[in-house]
Design a protein around this ligand. Structure first.
Ligand SMILES: Nc1ncnc2c1ncn2[C@@H]1O[C@H](COP(=O)(O)OP(=O)(O)O)[C@@H](O)[C@H]1O
Ligand SMILES: [Mg+2]
Length: 465
C-alpha cells in the first residue's frame, strides 16, 4: 500500500521530466530534424500551428480586406433591443472549409458570400500570406461561388524535392520537374499535345527540353529536331533523333515530310473508321513523333525576299502539324526567346495551336503576354517576377489556370549520355532521313512502310535484350 502511494506520488514528476526532456530534445535536434525530414516536420508541427493561426486570423483578416459583409441594419437594431445591451452581431465572413495539408503548405476552400467575386479574394492573397507568415498564397476559382486558397510555407522551387523519373513511365508522359505545390510537374503529350516554351537566354529552356528528352528517350517514340542555329543545341541528342534539320531549308523539307506523314496517318484512320491513332489496333498503331523546335525565331525571321517563302512554308507546315498532329501522333515542342507578332502573322496562328505554355524568365513583357496572356492575364506578373538566379523556374498556363514550376536540372552531358544509352530505340523513319540526305530526295512518306520499319526495329531490340 505504501509502495503504491509513493509510486503514484512520483507519477506527475516523471511525466514532467519526460515532457521536458522531449521538448529539450526537439529544441536541440529541431533544426536538423527539420532539414532532414521537412515534410514530416511540417505535417506534425508546422501544419497544426498554421491551422490555429488561420482560424484565429480569419475573421479580422476578412474584415480588414473588405471581404466581410455587415448584417442588415434592422437585425442589428432588433438584436440591440432583444439582447439588452449585448454586442450587436458581428459582420458575416465567408465560410472556410477544412484545411488540407500538402507537402509544403496547405489549402482550403472558401464559399463566397452573395455579391463577392474570386478576384476580390485574389487581391487579398498578399495580406493572407503576411498574416499567416507563409511564403505565398494563391487564390483560384474552384467552382462557381467557391474559391481555393493555397498557401506554401517556403518557396518549394528553391530546392525542388521531386526526384527524377526513373525508367520510361507511361507513353508520352514525362515528369520534368516540380510544381509550386510540391507535386510533380508532368508533361503528358497525350493530354496536352503541343507546347510553347519561351524564356530569355539562359532562363532554362534547353534544360527543360533536356528533361523532356531524357524522359522520352527510353520510350518507343520518334524524336525529330529542328534547330536552325546550326544544330548547336539539339545535336546533343543526335543518336536518339530520327531526323535533325540544322538550317531553314532542311527544316522546311522536314516539316513538309512530317505533314505528309500526318496526312497518310489520317487516311489510315479514316479507312479504319477511328478518330485518332489510339483507336487503331495495337499492332497497327504508328510510332508517335515528337518534333522539337529550338529557337522558333530562326524559322520565321527573314533577311530578304527569298527567305520569305521559306519562312512562310515553315510556318504553314507547323500550323498544319499542330492542327492535325494531336490525333495522329505528331506532337510539337516549340521553344523560343521571343515570340512576338513581329515574327510574322504565322507566329500568332501557331501560338493559338500550342495549348501548353511554359514561360521562363523573359526579357520583355511582350513575350510573357504572348505566352500566357491569352490564357491567364494574371500569370504575366508571376512570370515577370522570376529572378535570373532562379533559372529553370517557369510559369505554366493552361485553360484552367496557372502555376509556378521548376524543371529538373538535366545537364547537357546527362542529356547526351541518355541519348547514347537509348540510341538503339531510335525508330528509323527513312523518309525523314532521305529528306535531309539529298536535295531532291523523295518527300512522300508512306505510313505503312515507315511504321513497319520502326516497329520491326523495336522488335529486333526486344529480341536482342
Ligand atoms: N531547373 C533548373 N535548375 C537549376 N538550374 C537551372 C535550371 N535550368 C537552368 N538552370 C541553369 O541555367 C543555365 C542556363 O539554362 P539553359 O537551359 O541553357 O537556358 P536557355 O536554353 O534558356 O538559354 C543552365 O546551365 C543551368 O546552370
Ligand atoms: Mg538554349
Amino acid at each position: 500500500m505504501t509502495y503504491l502511494a509513493t509510486s503514484a506520488a512520483h507519477w506527475p514528476g516523471t511525466v514532467l521530466v519526460l515532457i521536458a526532456g522531449l521538448a529539450l530534445g526537439l529544441l536541440l535536434a529541431g533544426p536538423l530534424l527539420r532539414r532532414t525530414f521537412p515534410v514530416a516536420w511540417w505535417l506534425l508541427l508546422g501544419f497544426p500551428v498554421a491551422c490555429v493561426q488561420v482560424a484565429r486570423t480569419w475573421r479580422p483578416l476578412m474584415a480588414g480586406c473588405g471581404l466581410a459583409v455587415s448584417r442588415k441594419a434592422a437585425l442589428v437594431v432588433v438584436s440591440g433591443l432583444v439582447g439588452k445591451g449585448a454586442p450587436p452581431p458581428q459582420p458575416r465572413v465567408p465560410r472556410r472549409g477544412v484545411m488540407h495539408p500538402t507537402a509544403g503548405g496547405f489549402w482550403f476552400l472558401v464559399r463566397l458570400l452573395p455579391g463577392q467575386v474570386p478576384e476580390a479574394f485574389a487581391k487579398a492573397a498578399p495580406a493572407m500570406a503576411e498574416n499567416w507568415q507563409v511564403h505565398a498564397v494563391r487564390v483560384t476559382s474552384h467552382r462557381p461561388g467557391i474559391v481555393r486558397v493555397v498557401a506554401s510555407t517556403a518557396d518549394p522551387l528553391r530546392e525542388p524535392r521531386i526526384s527524377r523519373q526513373r525508367g520510361s513511365g507511361r507513353l508520352l508522359r514525362v515528369v520534368v520537374g516540380a510544381l509550386e505545390t510540391g507535386a510533380q510537374w508532368v508533361i503528358d503529350l497525350r493530354q496536352v499535345p503541343h507546347w510553347l516554351i519561351v524564356g530569355a537566354t539562359r532562363s532554362g529552356k534547353s534544360t527543360l527540353i533536356n528533361a523532356l528528352v531524357a524522359g522520352l528517350a527510353p520510350q518507343p517514340v520518334a524524336l525529330v529536331g529542328i534547330d536552325c542555329k546550326g544544330g548547336m543545341e539539339l545535336s546533343l541528342y543526335g543518336p536518339r533523333l530520327s531526323a535533325l534539320a540544322t538550317d531553314r531549308r532542311q527544316a522546311v523539307k522536314l516539316l513538309a515530310a512530317l505533314v505528309e506523314l500526318t496526312l497518310d496517318r489520317m487516311a489510315v484512320c479514316r479507312k479504319a473508321h477511328v478518330r485518332n491513332i489510339w483507336g487503331l489496333p495495337d499492332a497497327d498503331q504508328p510510332v508517335p513523333v515528337v518534333v522539337i523546335v529550338d529557337e522558333i525565331a530562326e524559322l520565321f525571321l527573314i533577311a530578304n525576299r527569298g527567305e520569305k517563302d521559306e519562312a512562310q512554308a515553315a510556318g504553314t507546315a507547323l500550323i498544319r502539324l499542330a492542327q492535325l498532329g494531336a490525333a495522329l501522333g505528331v506532337f510539337l515542342i516549340v521553344a523560343g526567346q521571343r515570340v512576338g507578332s513581329d515574327l510574322g502573322p504565322g507566329v500568332t496562328a501557331l501560338r493559338a495551336q500550342l495549348g501548353g505554355r511554359v514561360c521562363h524568365r523573359v526579357a520583355d513583357p511582350g513575350t510573357a503576354e504572348m505566352a500566357l496572356g491569352d490564357l491567364n492575364p494574371d500569370a504575366i506578373k508571376a512570370a515577370q517576377a522570376i529572378a535570373p538566379e532562379q533559372a529553370g523556374t517557369a510559369v505554366l498556363a493552361s485553360g484552367d489556370g496557372w502555376e509556378r514550376a521548376r524543371s529538373h536540372l538535366v545537364s547537357e552531358a546527362q542529356a547526351e549520355a541518355t541519348a547514347v544509352e537509348y540510341a538503339h530505340l531510335t525508330p528509323f523513319l527513312p523518309e525523314l532521313a532521305d529528306v535531309l540526305g539529298g536535295p531532291s530526295a523523295g518527300l512522300t512518306v508512306r505510313l505503312e512502310r515507315l511504321d513497319r520499319d520502326s516497329r520491326t526495329s523495336n522488335d529486333d531490340h526486344d529480341h536482342d535484350s
